[in-house]
Write a protein that binds this ligand. Structure first.
Ligand code: Q0Z
Length: 301
């Protein structure tokens, strides 16, 4: 069993995703907590990756800073309860759009499946002959409807977004999503990392301002591929999770993905290599050394 979400004194637990937990603060703001949990093959593993929550939280904060001239973000403070220090942020409670805002510069995953079935992704016709990992001539906005926990988001047409949020807001969502992708892709490319796609969550403040929420441009919300290993025509190795996937699929794990059995615990070397990949992604992207926040000592104070 994966670890239960932490209970935090005085806070109301609102939602849990596969690897994150959201709480309401007495102020009316939200506390978003990134755990060290890891998902693979759509399952949450029963082994955690030390520092993953902190690395992703810090990476997301760094990206919000890189994007601040394009779109305001929801983060108010990193001053959080000590038991979640380093891996949580206080954020403004927004009215969220009921759509995942995805930009793709490369074709893979659900976009590839849709393309193979119809020649289109979200109603956008793509040229014939594309394969897994193909770079698109122009990045595309491929919105998805939010599914219940455990279900997959469903790709939807731009017209469906217009029907859900209105034509003017739909155009804004597309514009900001593609602008964020363009900025981020330029940054990752300079650092030898391909940004294949990214998923954003946007909301509005009480005055109607569009605000970027959730986590942004982490390996959990985006596909990062090491540029040196890029070869279209096959599935690309994942920057962060490839070691985990390879081990789970190896005979050594003893796990049969089709069995319906939960995956076995990861060996220590797989945990440490995966932790190192998250740290390396953070350091390569930000140019900063990752120094973990000192873990709170439960015996102190
Ligand atoms: C984000 C999610 C998580 C489970 C709601 N600033 C905001 N205002 C209103 N709602 C949200 C946010 Cl970030 C919001 N999620 C996604 C996050 C655990 C689900 F940490 N849901």
């Amino acid at each position: 069993m994966p670890p239960a979400p932490p209970t935090l004194a005085g806070l109301t637990h609102l939602h849990s995703g596969k690897v994150r937990d959201l709480y309401a603060l007495p102020s009316g703001d939200l506390l978003m907590v990134a755990s060290d949990r890891l998902s693979a093959f759509d399952l949450v593993l029963n082994t955690t990756i030390p520092d993953k929550g902190e690395v992703l939280t810090r990476l997301s904060l760094w990206w919000f800073d890189q994007l601040a001239d394009l779109v305001p973000h929801h983060v108010l403070s990193a001053d959080v309860p000590e038991e979640v220090r380093g891996r949580a942020v206080v954020c403004r409670r927004l009215s969220m759009f009921p759509v995942e805002c995805v930009a793709r510069g490369y074709l893979t995953g659900s976009g590839l499946l849709d393309y193979r079935a119809t020649g289109e992704v979200c109603g956008l016709a793509l040229p014939a002959g594309l394969e897994d990992g193909s770079r698109l001539d122009q990045p595309i906005f491929t919105p998805a409807s939010k599914a219940a926990l455990g279900d997959h988001d469903e790709n939807v047409s731009f017209a469906a977004v217009e029907a859900a949020v209105g034509t003017a807001r739909a155009a804004e969502l597309r514009e900001v999503t593609l602008a964020v992708y363009a900025r981020a892709e330029e940054i990752t490319r300079e650092r030898g990392i391909i940004l294949a796609d990214t998923k954003l969550e946007l909301g509005t403040a009480p005055d109607g301002t569009l605000v970027l929420a959730d986590e942004v441009l982490t390996p959990d919300s985006s596909r990062f591929w090491p540029a040196e290993d890029y070869r279209p025509g096959r599935s690309q190795p994942s920057y962060d999770k490839q070691v985990v996937r390879n081990w789970l699929l190896s005979t050594e794990s003893g796990w049969d993905r089709a069995s319906g059995e939960p995956p076995p615990p990861l060996p220590e070397e797989v945990v440490l290599l995966t932790r190192q990949r998250y740290v390396e992604a953070y350091e390569r992207l930000t140019g900063e050394t990752f120094v973990p926040t000192t873990a709170p000592d439960p015996r102190s104070s």
